[in-house]
Design a protein around this ligand. Structure first.
Ligand code: NI
Length: 139
């Protein structure tokens, strides 16, 4: 059972950093700093919890790429087939004449998913890659 009692603690930081943080709080529409800090802490814990470990996570790998790049589609397909047990679904969008957006929904051990994401996003022709993940157990 999680203890959800709110605790207060003091944070010191340089003024310029705090000003930037306040801008971010405003931009993202947080009610106050505490709410923003809570989200940042949760994000950090999520990151830390799957990096190189055995915990089961679920998430997405988003890839933006040029499908004219030589061998890219073959390499992508080969990589995905080699770890088919980690992949729940793949959705492909033809964005324009050259560009494709692919979203791969994944589930498996954090370290395996991270490795898969690194392999795919580092392929030549992949212009942008974004890996988002959530632990299957609640944080
Ligand atoms: Ni396409």
């Amino acid at each position: 059972m999680q203890d959800s009692t709110l605790k207060r603690f003091g944070v010191s930081m340089e003024n310029h950093l705090l000003q930037k943080f306040d801008d971010l709080v405003k931009q993202r529409g947080y009610e106050n700093r505490s709410e923003a800090v809570r989200d940042l802490v949760r994000d950090a814990l999520i990151q830390q919890s799957w990096e190189g470990n055995e915990q089961i996570v679920a998430g997405t790998i988003l890839l933006f790429y040029n499908h004219h790049q030589r061998n890219l589609l073959e390499e992508m397909t080969a990589i995905q087939h080699s770890v088919h047990d980690l992949i729940l679904a793949t959705t492909h969008f033809h964005i324009d004449h050259h560009s494709c957006l692919e979203i791969i929904v994944v589930k498996g051990k954090g370290k395996d998913i991270q490795q898969l994401s690194n392999k795919l996003t580092s392929l030549k022709g992949v212009e942008y890659g974004k890996f988002t993940v959530s632990p299957v157990e609640k944080i």
